[in-house]
Design a protein around this ligand. Sequence first.
Ligand SMILES: C[S@@+](CC[C@H](N)C(=O)[O-])C[C@H]1O[C@@H](n2cnc3c(N)ncnc32)[C@H](O)[C@@H]1O
Length: 225
Amino acid sequence: MAKLVADTSQFVLVTINDAVGLKRRDAEDSDAVFVDFCAPALSYRATSAVKQQGLSKAVGIKGALRPRVLDATAGFGKDAYLLASQGCRVTLFERDPLVCALLRDGIARARGTSDPSLAETLARMALIEGDFLSHSADGEWDVVYLDPMFPESKKSARVKKDMFALQEHLGAADDGEQMWLRACEVACKRVVVKRSKSAPLISAAKPDIQYKGTSSRFDVYLTPK
Ligand SMILES: C[S@@+](CC[C@H](N)C(=O)[O-])C[C@H]1O[C@@H](n2cnc3c(N)ncnc32)[C@H](O)[C@@H]1O
């Protein structure tokens, strides 16, 4: 039985079996989405070199090189988790309080398991609740990673359930270019922007490198710009 934790206009945070979930006010409990770092699909991606290729190359993982990453748009923390599982230190910014609550809960539940490799990965992740655009971020990062919510095309049927809920809850962002400009100021080496494969560029500037996957692509801008 779900217990109500927080209430915004359309979406509510609930606890179901001790996990914090996000769901539409009128939806079934079974429609709630969670941050789950133990999910088999995520574990599979974390151990599959092929599945990680685009992301790893885009941030500059090579040999023993493990860049320090600021993930300015943490969301469900999956990309941050994949990078941390490869040895990168990742600072996650998330500005939405409900999404941040999901992330905190997901991290706490994963820490509660007895898996040592999961614990090692989580120890490389630091979550900050706040807006990347207004936060005077203390620290040095080689890479700033951006995955803003872009408006979905008709192919949105392919969007996973958790991302679909996030899109419905947050709507599409329109501050992409501002995010990119700020990211270029902060990143010591590169800014990486994740886009759906056919989405327009985030700014008028052309990326220095692009890595294309089946549904998404990574645009890499070498800094300083
Ligand atoms: C598409 S989701 C990111 C998904 C994420 N890459 C993952 O792997 O789960 C975008 C997220 O960025 C957050 N966001 C957008 N702009 C932000 C900003 N300026 N500062 C912090 N978080 C931001 C949104 O609230 C949303 O949760």
